[in-house]
Every structure is written in C-alpha cells, then in structure tokens.
Write a protein that binds this ligand. Structure first.
Ligand SMILES: C[S@@+](CC[C@H](N)C(=O)[O-])C[C@H]1O[C@@H](n2cnc3c(N)ncnc32)[C@H](O)[C@@H]1O
Length: 315
C-alpha cells in the first residue's frame, strides 16, 4: 500500500491523522481520538461500512466492464482531461466503482486515491493491483475522511446522484481539491416531466425487486437494446442500454434500475454548486455522441441516461 496515499486518509470521527497497525498493516489507528481504529481488509482501508449501495458492490464485482480504449475516450469526454495529462499529479476518483478510471489514470502515471462506499472497492483493488501509485479505500463521499485541499485534480463520474444528498457529496469532494486544482463532475440529466414520471414509476418497482429477479429483466432489456429500431424509439420512454457490448448493456440496465438513490439534475444547478464552492473557469462538457438528431434531443433533455457535465478550477 502506497504510504503517501495512505497518509491522505483521515479518521472519520475526528479527522485526526492515521497510523498503520501491524506489518503487513491490518488496521489504521487514529493518533488523536480513542476508538478510532479502522480495519484494512484484503488490502483496502475500510473507513466506513456500506449503508445503501449494495447493488453496486454486486454489479461491479460481477460484470467485467473495463474496455481500455473506450474508457480512455469516455474519461476524456467526461472530465475534459486526457488521462495522460494527469501524469505526475495527485488525483481523487470520487466514487471509483470497479476502478476502471482509477486504473486508467494510474496507468498513465498519476497517483490516484479511489474511494467508494460499496464492496466494489474489491474489484477496483484487483483491477489496480499492478499499480503502486493507486490506493483504493472504502469511504463515504457524504463525510469524506480525506485530507482537505490536497488534490491537483478530482473527478466524480456518475456517483453523486446515487447518494441521498448529492449537494453535500459535491461540497465534500470540492473541499479536497487544492487551489488551482481541477474538478470534473458528471451527473444524470433531468429529462422531460413525462419521462421523469415513467422512470420514477418503473424504479419504484425495480428498486424493490431482489437482484436475482431484476437481473434477468435487465438481461431481457439487454436483448431489446441490441435491436436498433427498438432502442431508438422505446428508449425515449424508458431507459435501457443500447451499448454494442452485451455485458455492458446488462450491467448498465442493472446500474439504472437497482440502486436505491438516483436523482437527476440540470446544468444550471451543477454550475451553481461549482460557483458556491469557489470554482471558476467553468466548462460545460459536451457528450461524445454527435449528429443533428442526437444534439437536438439532448438539448431538449430527451435522452434518458445522458448527463450534465461540468468542470472547473478552484480559486
Ligand atoms: C454508477 S457507479 C460509477 C462508478 C465509476 N465512477 C464508474 O463510472 O465506473 C456509482 C458508484 O457510486 C458509489 N457511491 C454511491 N454513494 C456513495 C457514497 N456516499 N460515497 C462513495 N461512493 C458512493 C457506488 O458504490 C457506485 O460504485
């Protein structure tokens, strides 16, 4: 475990610094408070338990979604930063999931702290195992026990809208970026009211289904997603993935219909969060897909599952 990255973790109770216990390290102990002791299990510091994100643990450990070329292109589109431009920088992956972007950025020479609430950290750690410059920790963005004002860059791709308080998660992550550092955030876009009503109705049912029932449904909609004429039309009413890769389609569908929390946002809202937390030089990042029909539908908030995506620099 990288000691420099480990030294960025803080006691979730009192924000004291943490010292390792044992050799090899089996826990972190707070230097300041009684009882601040956090296990290191399977090479992962565990600063929190997971109160609500179990579906993500299941999905990221089950589906192998890393696709190097695609991940690199997606990362650049969703952060405005080519992975290679982060070489030598200290980077926070806020909500790393199964670790595809931590791995990408780490493999391009950045030092990366990837944090996530769920047992997805186990997949992330496995994916990043050959990269000594990457540390994966189980931690909660809503109370992020990491040194403030430390990171040259931070990104959070598809995460904050899965917390019960996205605004708070944003503020917590924003505090970790140093002055002059860059933060990029991607959140689900708020669609038109009829689309939002249909989605709320579907998710009111799907989030109550056990995973063993929901997964075959996600596989069935994965079949629909492979039929172009269907996915170009039905997809405007209810979300299902049209990714060309079957595994990603099923995983995307589960990712949409299983999580307990899912909120949708506007660009104005996300920009106001950046401004309120002291960021400037804001850029609204455009999606990769192009073409007049897609652009028109995107601008009219008709693309379900598309994002609002902003990056900014801390003053
Ligand atoms: C859709 S996944 C995105 C993962 C990754 N950024 C990616 O794009 O591959 C959302 C992730 O947010 C994590 N998450 C949800 N609430 C969180 C919280 N409060 N703190 C940290 N991670 C959280 C989930 O465990 C899940 O892995």
């Amino acid at each position: 475990m990288n000691p420099d990255l480990l030294s960025l973790l803080r006691c979730p109770r009192c924000r004291g610094t943490l010292a390792t216990v044992g050799d090899p390290p089996e826990a972190l102990r707070c230097a300041s408070c009684e009882g601040g002791r956090y296990p290191i299990v399977a090479g992962i510091p565990r600063l929190t338990e997971d109160p609500y994100a179990g579906s993500f643990g299941r999905q990221w450990n089950r589906y192998d979604v890393m696709r190097e070329e695609e991940d690199e292109a997606t990362f650049e589109v969703k952060t405005g930063m080519p992975a290679a431009s982060l070489a030598g920088k200290l980077v926070l992956d806020a909500g790393c999931g199964g670790g595809r972007y931590s791995r990408l950025v780490g493999s391009r020479g950045a030092r990366v702290l990837g944090v996530d609430l769920s047992s997805a950290v186990e997949k992330a750690r496995a994916l990043c195992s050959g990269l000594p410059g990457v540390l994966i920790a189980q931690a909660d963005l809503l109370d992020l026990a990491v040194a403030d004002e430390s990171f040259d860059a931070a990104f959070s791709i598809g995460v904050m809208h899965h917390t019960p308080d996205p605004r708070r998660a944003f503020a917590q992550v924003a505090r970790k970026v140093k002055r002059g550092g860059r933060l990029a955030v991607w959140l689900y876009r708020r669609n038109t009211p009829p689309q939002e009503w249909i989605n709320s109705g579907l998710r009111a049912v799907s989030t109550r289904l056990p995973a063993r029932l929901l997964e075959p449904i996600c596989a069935a909609t994965g079949v629909l997603g492979g039929v172009p004429v269907v996915n170009r039309t039905l997809n405007k009413l209810a979300n299902f993935s049209a990714h060309p890769d079957w595994t990603l389609r099923v995983c995307d569908n589960f990712d949409w219909y299983a999580p307990r929390y899912q909120s949708h946002h506007t660009v104005a809202e996300l920009k106001s969060w950046f401004a309120e937390e002291g960021f400037e030089d804001l850029a609204e990042l455009a999606p990769a897909k192009a073409g007049p029909a897609y652009d028109w539908a995107y601008r009219h908030d008709l693309i379900i599952g598309s994002g609002v995506n902003v990056a900014g620099t801390k003053r």
